[in-house]
Design a protein around this ligand. Sequence first.
Ligand code: FDA
Length: 304
Amino acid sequence: MEVVLRNFFQALAKNTTANQMAKKYGLRFGASRFVAGITIDEAVKSVNILNRDGRVATLDHLGEFISTREEALESTRMCIETLEAIADSGIKSNLSLKMTSLGLDIDKQLCVDNMVQILECARRYNNFVRIDMEDYAHCEVSIDIYRELRKSFDNVGIVLQAYLYRTEQDVAELNQCNANLRLVKGAYKESSKVAFPDKKDVDENYKKLISQHLENGNYTAVATHDEAIIQYVKDEARQKGYGRDQFEFQMLYGIAEDLQKRLVKEGYKVRVYVPYGRDWFGYNMRRLAERPANVWFVLKNFFK
Ligand code: FDA
């Protein structure tokens, strides 16, 4: 049953019609648990609350299924507006974005030009931008663009996914540019030709990649709610003497709040991924796919 629900939500997340319809409405079906609001003001308010107890954030203006140059430029403008709002409000947050929202599927150069504009803006504000990793079809091109951008910018990082067989090699290669990596398990439905089908293999690979990147002396954002992995990172850091300025834990808005606060109290850096915007549907469906038990939460809200 769980597998059926997971596949169902992963398919819904990619459904263009459902995503377009959802855009017309405000947050529905309990989406406000995972999405901080529709407007930047609402998002800033949510980050302020996180900052109060010591958590920092990464804001993401949600935007998927971009099919025109105008939409890509609008998305770029929203990223810049987000960086300006961070600077104006004084909240502690950087920016996360998806390269498809900047036009990657329309024209690679358009996406690169938009990235450059955003990174220049971030540099003016002394801020940092993280490139989220999308499905396998976008992996290689995202890494290639990242490598090029890294030659001119030191305020950019990328995400790599532990479920992909290729990632160990990617971590080794990106060591050459001292990449700042967010390591995750991976949220998309991928074929067993490219990704470990068994969760226990993903978890083992995840630990291996974290150790590899830390050992190379690079900054590592460990983005998971998995307490066993978090314990593994704490143990590694203690045994091998990695400073707490070499890594941080990251979690998603609305998930494992107690754990987030506990880690802050223990003196670890915790960054919360805070998505906002009208394009909430696909993001929300991926969160349901990760934990179909959340569906009961959605149904409760549906009937409210
Ligand atoms: P796992 O799935 O093993 O879950 C561990 C425990 O966490 C579960 O037992 C459950 O209790 C809790 N949990 C996990 N997901 C939950 C949910 N949705 N609702 C409630 N509880 C939940 N992926 C990607 O492909 N590209 C990306 O760029 C990113 N970016 C990213 C940023 C940040 C900050 C995070 C935390 C995650 C991502 N991800 C991502 C998503 C990631 O790949 C993965 O799908 C989720 O983090 C869920 O996996 P866990 O590591 O939490 O482990």
